[in-house]
Structure formats: C-alpha cells, structure tokens
Design a binder for this molecule. Structure first.
Ligand code: G3P
Length: 218
C-alpha cells in the first residue's frame, strides 16, 4: 500500500521523506490556504513540493468550477511538473474535464467522492485516481470504510484501472482496514503516519531490555 501525505507543508514533507515513507502527496485548497504564501506563489509552491519528493504523484487541486476554466487551469497546473496530478471535484463539469485530460494522457484525481456511484462515474471517465473521503463520512455517522469496500469490489468486478486513494484518514484503524481491503494508497496527515510506529509495549519492552543488560554488564 502506498503512503501519500496529505499536506502542502514543505517541512512536513521533508520529515516524511526522511522517514522513507513518502510515496506521493495530496493537497487541497484548504491545505494550500494554511501555508504562508501569497496567491501568486501557489504554483511555485507546487513546484517546491515536486522537488522535495524523489518520485510519486503530487495532487494539485483546481479551483475552477466550469468546464472551460477547469481545462485552462488544469493545463497550467499539469505543465508545472511531470509529477503533478490534476485534482478535480466530482461535478458534471469535473467529469467532462477528467474525460478531456484522459484523452490527453494527463493524470487526474477525482476528489470529494462520497458514494460508489460517484466513483463509478469517475472511473468510467478515465480518472487515474478516485479519492473517497472516509473521515468526513464517519463525521456524519456513515461508515466511510464501507464505501471503500464497495468501491474496491465494483472496480475489481469491472477491472477499472482507476486507483483508489483513500482520503480523509483520521486514525490508524482507517489505515489497517484500508490495507485489509487492498486499497492502492492512503493519504494521511504526517501525524497519523508517525503514530503507526508507536506501541506502549514496545517502549516498555525496550526499557526492560536495556535495564537488564546494564544491570549485568555495566
Ligand atoms: O485531501 C482530502 C482529504 O484527505 C481531506 O481530509 O481530514 O480534511 O477530511 P479531511
């Protein structure tokens, strides 16, 4: 399973790279807005993100909402770096834009997926990735993981090439369940990725080992 980091923060990306756990990056307009940059520095910022990662895809989301502007904006974003994947919301115009970029062999990530029907439409339109949001469904008392299971089953049934990139990951259980389902990739904040490493019994066990060793040999 690939680990993408859901951030636009360059320092966090450098940390993830140091850990050797950076397979790709996803951003969204809210994440971009958190960074200390001006509007005219956004494209430059995407290039900096691409330069940090050695390999892997970087999803950069368009903010246009009508087809014509989506195409124009998407082309500009895609030309910044070969690692860029155009992130496009699942709307009528968004689907048409995905179909346009598919014909041009430009990668897309269809975002804000909250139902299997939306995922099917994105896959049929040729989206490289679909991003179902687990946490935001959980927030409104739906089971986000059930959506992931359903999309995986449907995509397998029809051998869709579209990859499932599970988004809005809120805890380690989401990641374990996604790996059991066989999801291609998850995208998560760095904090959650780092939390996968820790177990209290590991810390306790290490303390005991070192204490026992020192007692005998020091
Ligand atoms: O990038 C999209 C997604 O991962 C957002 O997550 O936590 O804002 O629901 P969240």
């Amino acid at each position: 399973m690939k680990f993408f980091i859901d951030t636009a923060n360059l320092e966090e990306l450098k940390k993830a790279k140091k850990l050797g756990l950076l397979d790709g990056v996803t951003t969204n307009p809210s994440l971009i807005a958190k960074e200390s940059i001006q509007k005219n520095q956004i494209y430059e910022h995407y290039i900096s993100i691409c330069n940090i990662i050695n390999k892997g895809d970087v999803s950069a989301e368009i903010i246009s909402t009508n087809y014509k502007d989506m195409i124009e904006e998407g082309k500009k974003i895609a030309s910044l770096n070969p690692k860029i994947v155009i992130k496009i919301p699942i709307t009528k115009d968004g689907l048409q834009a995905i179909q346009y970029f598919y014909k041009k062999k430009i990668k897309t990530n269809c975002t804000l997926i909250f139902s299997s029907t939306q995922a099917i439409l994105a896959a049929k339109s040729g989206s490289t990735y679909v991003s179902p949001f687990i946490g935001r469904l959980d927030d409104i008392k739906y089971n986000g993981l059930n959506l992931i299971k359903e999309i995986k089953l449907i995509f397998d049934n029809y051998h869709f090439n579209t990859k499932i990139l599970a988004a809005s990951i809120r805890n380690s259980l989401h990641i374990i369940e996604c790996s059991k389902i066989g999801i291609y990739a998850i995208t998560t904040p760095l904090k959650i990725l780092c939390s996968l490493l820790y177990h209290p019994l590991t810390n306790l066990g290490l303390d005991i080992f070192l204490k026992d060793y020192k007692k005998k040999f020091n």
